[in-house]
Design a protein around this ligand. Sequence first.
Ligand SMILES: [Zn+2]
Length: 504
Amino acid sequence: MSKKTDSAEAFVTEITPRSEDFSRWYLDVVRRAELADYSPVKGCMVIRPYGYAIWELIQQALDRRFKDTGHVNAYFPLFIPESLLKKEAEHVEGFAPQVAYVTHGGGEELDEKLVVRPTSEAIIGTMYGKWIQSWRDLPILINQWANVVRWEKVTRPFLRTTEFLWQEGHTAHETEAEAEEETLKILALYKEMVETELAMPVVTGRKSESERFAGALRTYSIEALMGDCRALQAGTSHNLGQNFAKAFDITFQARDKSVQHVWGTSWGVSTRLVGAVIMTHGDDSGLVLPPRVAPYQAVIVPIPRGNWQETVLPKARELRDALARGGIRVTLDDRDAYTPGWKFAEWELRGVPLRLEIGPKDIEKSSVLVARRDTRQKLPVSLDGLVEHIRHLLDDVQRTLFDRAVKFRDDHTRRLSTYDEFKAAMEGRPGFVIAPWCGSADCEAQIKAETQATIRNMPLDAPRPSGRCIRCDRPAIAEAWFAKAYSPAPASVCECLSARRAAA
Ligand SMILES: [Zn+2]
């Protein structure tokens, strides 16, 4: 923090109110909460320690789950020889506008240009072609934590940047059924992780044909509703079929001795999830972090009265140590150049779930005053059994944020049956609209052109619709969830290919 003031108000007014301009609010929060900063490289962000700590917690939560389901991590090169990328025609064509090349190295022009990976199917597929000979080598269940580069013209911290961090899973299987099982297993894993750790409810479902990764059999996604009622694609999982296996010659001798191509999947989520947390839970005072991904779950602010440095401060340190020993991520704000009011506003802005205030009077009463970031309730808590109490409160904050997000999503989800109603609703930003759809890509494109709404996905467990398409009145094939959305997540190869197709 660069300046000192007694006015907590002044601090907070540096953030544009969420209701006034959501987009400005988002950028203000990212900057003032010190999550990320712009860099000297256009389109690339610097993830600052506080933002990176959130990503690390997301990473750990995912990595645990990947390993629990039999996946292992590996690392493949940042550079891909251009000829490899070209092996899959649609792949190279889809990425062409976004690809960065290395043409020189060691002071010499390279014989072959190197692509800075936009995704790793080409290099991983090439290696799988070498590693897999027999059905005994299958399945291969590899995940990679990496950075990727996609040259972007319009960027926004965490949501879309030229370089971003992600994980990309790439698996190879003996049968189509196994690949489909893996694709859906990961989709369910993403949903469970995002709902449990980020307190962010998502709709899981299948993408429409036009949003499907070209060459894949099926693409699935998790979709969330942000605080401005726009939908955000938060992750994707693809059943790739045998497309990449054919392009990269990934074959194996099957149990019946025949030579077959493997069945593949790929799946990813990225640092975009940090943006999703900000936009799902944040308010006019700034960030609101779910405890499970909060770098600090609690902050202790000593109240300076009398000779507080001899009385209050030692007690505050004792509490900090006790909480830390109890497994709670806690920090003690003992800076004496700032007033408590300033500190309260700053930690609110930074979204810390619980604030513990302790002064001479609290010590007399053997208690602390705990303020919740989510409800802004303040309650005295006895120092007796404090760790246990704080744990319960953190669980309660986590649950409250999830319940609140579910309620917001449900309050902004409706079912419509006429196109007039649909168009009227989409003049504003209604959130999700569930409507029957005929399955035609032309009809989908017309809906988008006329209303800006896109099909986010079609939930797997939805009953088969008996009605007629919301727009064209032909028999419906699915219940689709429509919304105005943030441009698709840079979370998988599929968006780039659909962008190519949309442009064609
Ligand atoms: Zn239709």
